[in-house]
Design a protein around this ligand. Structure first.
Ligand SMILES: Cc1cc2nc3c(=O)[nH]c(=O)nc-3n(C[C@H](O)[C@H](O)[C@H](O)COP(=O)(O)OP(=O)(O)OC[C@H]3O[C@@H](n4cnc5c(N)ncnc54)[C@H](O)[C@@H]3O)c2cc1C
Length: 420
């Protein structure tokens, strides 16, 4: 019998992290499940995730995942309780894909191959009995109140329940073009305006370009609004993250930068914002002032060029000296107070004008989406359209770098599959 000649118990739309888990979970319960995916490959974002290593989840419990997600994290409690991080790991390891925990708490496959994770999730869905159909883009969903008609460019499919896992709008080249928002909107759902999150940040400053490709293992990255509420007021810090960062030909990337990017995208006038870099973020400004001055005194005969290499890599030293107008060969003891102050300021708070972000094209996630208060958190069923279930990034949930986004997608997908 063709997929078009029967009424499926459950049709899952979208074969990413949430969709694959939803299909497995529903099929495990004996439901007759069909998954429709637009792309030729299933789980495209899993394949490209974590620099093709796939940061599967985080080494923590449900509470910490919810806390990292932030405002809407509480909505995830039932889903995370049903499928916590440790069970995701068990599932993946049950497919002979061992995992490892890195010092940051991020969990990866031991092989560092995202492909292994994607294949494990596909094999779990297939073993549970779900029918997986790539190259089946859905073009419309309608309901007569008791069942759903799902239109594809190859024919119509009928289902008693639908699980919508079409993801957000980020990396549209991967198939995620926000289709689910349109259908959810047709069923009466509110769509919190989607905004690109976890996306690289641009600057007009030429300096980062010279350092393109350089990673700083730990930097403090903050987004500052220089327009204070009163004249002469210091810039207001809108967001901050300490983590690794990367200089690129257009500006900045890496975890710390990606984590603060949603603040730029949500701002009314992003181009008036500044990105500040703190290369000694383990020290408070007072601690740094004192240790730096001690360092200068203790190494008075060293060139400042050599001395700064105790703080940052050589290529960056040259840029910092250039920005401060200090000649590299200057001996530490010969620095005047103004030069020392300029150097401290460059090390502690190098400031760059922001000229936007790379937007949805290069965003790892979408903030915004289907409003969570219109979804039952215990089942993931729509409160407005019985039989419609919503899971993964299509709903208004997004988290920072660290495996939190996959965990949210896995848990909500699994819970939806348990109830559809
Ligand atoms: C470059 C990159 C790296 C990332 N790295 C990580 C990481 O290491 N760890 C982490 O936790 N998160 C990471 N993320 C985020 C993570 O990939 C997402 O949060 C997660 O994939 C969301 O899962 P989902 O199933 O909801 O949506 P998606 O994985 O986006 O899946 C949605 C699926 O629906 C399909 N679809 C859309 N419209 C239709 C339609 N009309 N018909 C049929 N199918 C359709 C899409 O083709 C897609 O396959 C990364 C994201 C990117 C872009």
């Amino acid at each position: 019998m063709s997929i078009y000649d029967q009424v499926w118990d459950v049709v899952v739309i979208g074969g990413g992290a949430a969709g694959l888990l939803a299909a497995t979970s529903a099929a495990d319960r004996g439901r007759n499940v069909l998954l429709l995916e637009k792309n030729r490959k299933l789980g495209v974002k899993i394949l490209m995730s974590g620099g093709t290593r796939c940061n599967i989840t985080h080494d923590c419990g449900p509470k910490e995942i919810a806390a990292a997600i932030g405002e809407n994290g509480r909505f995830l409690y039932p889903a995370l309780g049903t499928l916590p991080p440790c069970q995701v790991i068990q599932m993946i390891e049950s497919c002979n894909v061992p995992t490892k925990i890195e010092t940051t708490g991020k969990i990866f496959p031991a092989s560092d191959r995202a492909l292994d994770v994607r294949d494990a999730l596909v094999s779990l869905a297939e073993s549970a009995g779900a029918h997986l159909k790539p190259l089946h883009p859905v073009t419309q969903i309608t309901s007569d109140g008791t069942s759903f008609k799902i239109e594809t460019d190859q024919g119509d499919v009928n289902a008693r329940r639908v699980i919508l896992t079409t993801g957000g709008k980020s990396y549209p080249g991967c198939g995620t073009t926000g289709d689910g928002y349109t259908w959810a909107g047709q069923f009466g759902h509110t769509i919190v305006p989607p905004v690109a999150a976890l996306t690289p940040i641009r600057t007009t400053d030429a300096w980062p370009r010279e350092l393109s490709g350089m990673t700083i293992a730990k930097a403090g990255v903050s987004i500052a609004d220089p327009v204070g509420e009163r004249p002469n007021q210091p810039a207001k810090i809108l967001d901050h993250c300490n983590d690794s960062m990367l200089f690129t030909h257009f500006g900045f990337s890496g975890p710390a930068v990606l984590n603060v990017s949603r603040t730029v995208n949500l701002h009314d006038s992003p181009n008036r914002l500044q990105l500040n870099l703190d290369f000694v973020c383990d020290q408070t400004p007072d601690q740094f002032r004192s240790t730096f001055q001690d360092h200068l005194i203790a190494n008075g005969k060293s060139s400042i060029g050599n001395l700064l290499m105790d703080y940052v890599p050589r290529r960056l030293v040259h840029c910092l000296l250039d920005r401060s107008g200090v000649i590299p060969a200057t001996r530490a003891a010969e620095l005047n107070r103004e030069q020392a102050n300029r150097l401290m300021s460059e090390l502690k708070q190098a400031s760059f004008p922001i000229s936007g972000t790379l937007g949805f094209e290069k965003a790892e996630v979408t903030a915004g989406g289907i409003a969570v208060d219109e979804i039952d958190p215990k089942t993931m069923e729509s409160k407005l359209c019985p039989g419609l279930f919503l899971a993964g990034e299509v709903i208004n949930i997004d988290g920072p770098i660290g495996g939190y986004n996959f965990q949210a997608a896995f848990s909500t997908g699994w819970l939806a599959g348990q109830h559809a």
